[in-house]
Design a protein. Sequence first.
Length: 71
Amino acid sequence: MENMNLKIGEAAGVLYHKLEEGECSLNRIKTHLSTNGFDSQMALMAIGWLAREEKISLNRESNRWSVRLTE
């Protein structure tokens, strides 16, 4: 389990740095993390990690989710 926590933390770090560039859609996040070696499930876990730490905010408009860093 510890190895999984490490991988989720790594994915969260990659995501955090991507979000420093600005708000991203869920699809863009999945694509970005995929190019960095993380699957879509890991992308969702990374979002959860950052949400739990209150580092991001999530917004839903219709069926489109977007994620951005909190201020």
